[in-house]
Write a protein that binds this ligand. Sequence first.
Ligand code: S3P
Length: 426
Amino acid sequence: MKFKRIKSINGELTVSGDKSISHRSVMLGSLAKGTTEVTGFLQGADCLSTISCFSKMGIDIINKQDGTVVICGKGMRGLEAPGDTLDVGNSGTTTRLMSGILAAQTFSSRVNGDASIQRRPMKRIMTPLAMMGADIRSELGNDCAPLIIKGTNLKGISYVSPVASAQVKSAILFAGLYAEGETSVTEPVLSRNHTELMLQEFGVDIKSEGTMVTIAPAKELLAKKVNVPGDISSAAYFMVAAAITPNSCVTIKNVGINPTRDGIIRVMKMMGAEISVEHVSKTGEPTADITVRTSELKGCVVGGDIIPTLIDEIPAIAVLACFAKGETIIKDAEELKVKESNRIDVMVSNLKAMGADIEEAEDGMIINGGKCLHGSYIDSKLDHRIAMSFAVAAMNADGETEIGGFECVDISYPAFYNDLNRLVVD
Ligand code: S3P
């Protein structure tokens, strides 16, 4: 896919549904007894992988034309042994969260995905699940997928996680649904809490206090209607594009602004962006309309407790920082190295290729903004967030940029290119 400088980006849009919430709705809907109807479900490849895995375990899931997904849950003990390997595609969330559920079943399963999944660390879930009594191993002995999970009886634990990861926390909480006794997880910094909120909605006894969450084993989950808000991680590309492109103003409607996910709004404000958050709704997952206008930006330090609240937006924030006056330091973000690609490495090398003044650090990057960017060939490494971030950079660079593997945006935002085209003036 090729991109050139644009004149402006203007208008209103709703981005596709939140990826994290969409995954969880299928998993909990499958374990609940009765019908769970999900509106605003993200029709991205990752969430379709979750649907396909739970369908393989005997759950009827109807994916309607209008994007509504209906899950005919069969209760906590309703899953059936899958005939063959559960294919998670590119989805780390499916792999890790589903493993917590599989660990407690009465059958065995094999979980595998694409080349990127086979490189991603799974020890972070294997260790706590094994402490609960799970029989989970890496087929190749490298702590990565394929995973072989023999379902068994589990016991509750109090786990102090070395990493602020919602995927780790959620895998343990899902296993905790089936365990004997209470299970608690304490994180170094609070990660996204969609699992906690949805479990509560589904009637589970779960309590959070600071960075600790405690779950009691469940007898049955209550099927629920789930409304998935727009994904702030997808909105991020439009927020950044509007801020750095001349004569621009973009409103993104109905975006999820859960405080464990809203770091990009806080960072954009720190950088001086003209951003407003309106029509805030606080029932369940909070939502709002976000408007961003062309802005005079200044560099800032992004690090510490804010990192988990914007971890997936760091590639977009790195692009933003290239258009800010002065230095932006992104630190405490070593988790970026184990995402769909090594996002520190890939952002730094590709932004350098476009002429940015950027240096790699062990736990992030340092960007000196204000250098004029020029077109280049960008290898997305088939990482959806890299591809979309460079589309935004390229629309504000001289010459032409070609992004290799751009189709990977289908993972989280299949309509990205169409939505962009509708708003861009070139
Ligand atoms: C996710 C958690 C985050 C995030 C990922 C989705 C989730 O990963 O990067 O895109 O839905 O729980 P970690 O838990 O590994 O930080």
